[in-house]
Design a protein around this ligand. Structure first.
Ligand code: MN
Length: 318
C-alpha cells in the first residue's frame, strides 16, 4: 500500500502514563488508494487520539467488490508491512526481486529496514472482489539501518478453543506462536467466532490491545461491535471475553507500548524531520537505497511535496 494522504505531521509518542484497561471506540475513515479507479480503504490507524497500538502504526482494511488494484512502485522505510488477503489475490513485487501472488491464508511480511520499494497489483485485468488487511509495524531504532527482507508464511499456527479458531499472524496467542519475524513484543490474530459462542481469550497484561471486526458482530468489553471501528482496550488485561450472537470474524492486535517517538510521513517511519527529508530525497533522485522493482518500466509513485513546517512527533492525546 501507499498513501495518497500525507498529513502535515503525523507521528506517535509513547504515552508515559499507561492508564490500564480502557475502552475507546475509534471510527475508521475512508481513504482512496492509488490506481486506475482508486479503491477505497478503511483506515483505523493512525488516529489523532491513538497513533499506535504497540508497534502497530497503520491499519488498513480494503473491501472492494470490483477491484483493479494498481499500486505502482513506492518506497518504505522504518516499518514492516503485514499483508493478509481475505478474498482475492495481490501480486507483490519488490526491489529484492520478490514476485509473489499474495493469497488468502498466506501471510506476507516485508521488512523495510533502511529502505525497500514494492508494487501491488490485482491479478488479471478483470476487476474482481478484493478484501483484506494491510497493517504496518514500526521498527525499533536499531532496525533503522538494517537490510530489507521479505517473508512469506503459508502454514500459520492456529489457536483453537470451543467456538473460536484464530490464525496467529505474528507473535503469540495462548500457546500458538507465529514464526514471522518481529522486533518488539507484538501479536496479531485473525479470529473466527461461532454464532452463539462465548470465549475468554488469554492476553498479556503488559500489552495494549485493540479489536477490529472484519465481518459479523462481536460483543466485547461492553461494546456491540460491527465491522468498521477499532475498539482500543488499553493495557493490563490478562483475558478478554468475547461473544457473538450471529458469529464474527475479527482481528485482535496487541503489543508492548512502543517506547520511542516516531514521525510517520507518507510511506516513511523515522525519528526526525531530517531522516524523513533524506528518505524523500533518496526516493525522488532514484537512489540505490530503494532499489528497483522490475516490470514497471520507469513508472513509479512520486513522493508528495513535503509540508512547509518541520515534522515533529505528535503526542498521544488522553
Ligand atoms: Mn506499500
Amino acid at each position: 500500500m501507499t498513501r495518497l494522504d500525507a498529513p502535515v505531521t503525523e507521528s506517535n509518542c509513547h504515552r508515559v502514563d499507561q492508564e490500564g484497561p480502557a475502552t475507546r471506540l475509534l471510527e475508521s475513515r475512508e481513504v482512496p488508494l492509488g490506481g486506475i479507479r482508486g479503491i477505497l480503504v478503511h483506515r483505523s490507524l493512525p488516529q489523532r487520539e491513538l497513533p499506535m497500538v504497540g508497534a502497530w502504526c497503520f491499519l488498513d482494511r480494503f473491501d472492494d467488490e470490483q477491484s483493479n488494484m494498481r499500486v505502482l512502485p513506492h518506497p518504505h522505510t522504518g516499518l514492516q508491512t503485514v499483508t493478509w488477503p481475505i478474498d482475492g489475490s495481490i501480486r507483490h513485487r519488490d526491489s529484492l526481486g520478490s514476485d509473489v501472488a499474495v493469497q488468502p491464508g498466506e501471510l506476507n511480511i516485508m521488512t523495510s529496514g533502511r529502505g525497500i520499494s514494492h508494487s501491488e497489483f490485482s491479478i488479471g485485468d478483470v476487476a474482481s472482489p478484493l478484501r483484506g488487511l494491510q497493517f504496518w509495524v514500526a521498527l525499533p531504532r536499531e532496525m533503522a539501518a538494517a537490510d530489507p527482507f521479505f517473508e512469506r508464511f503459508t502454514d500459520l499456527p492456529v489457536y483453537e478453543t470451543d467456538g473460536l479458531t484464530a490464525t496467529v499472524l505474528v507473535g503469540r496467542l495462548g500457546e500458538a506462536e507465529s514464526d514471522a519475524t518481529i522486533f518488539t513484543p507484538l501479536m496479531g490474530a485473525d479470529a473466527a467466532l461461532d454464532a452463539g459462542a462465548q470465549v475468554s481469550l488469554p492476553l498479556d497484561p503488559s500489552f495494549e490491545y485493540a479489536v477490529m471486526v472484519v465481518s459479523g458482530s462481536l460483543d466485547v468489553a461492553g461494546h456491540h461491535l460491527g465491522s468498521g471501528p477499532l475498539l482500543y482496550l488499553g493495557i493490563g488485561r490478562d483475558a478478554l471475553d468475547v461473544s457473538s450472537a450471529d458469529g464474527a470474524r475479527f482481528v485482535l492486535l496487541g503489543g508492548a507500548p512502543f517506547g520511542e517517538e516516531l514521525i510517520m510521513w507518507w510511506n516513511f517511519v523515522g525519528r526526525s524531520d531530517g531522516e524523513i527529508v533524506t528518505a524523500r530525497d533518496d526516493w525522488e533522485r532514484g537512489s540505490d537505497r530503494f532499489g528497483h522493482v522490475d516490470g514497471h518500466g520507469g513508472e513509479r509513485i512520486p513522493a508528495p511535496p513535503l509540508p512547509t513546517v518541520r515534522l515533529t512527533p505528535r503526542r498521544r492525546r488522553p
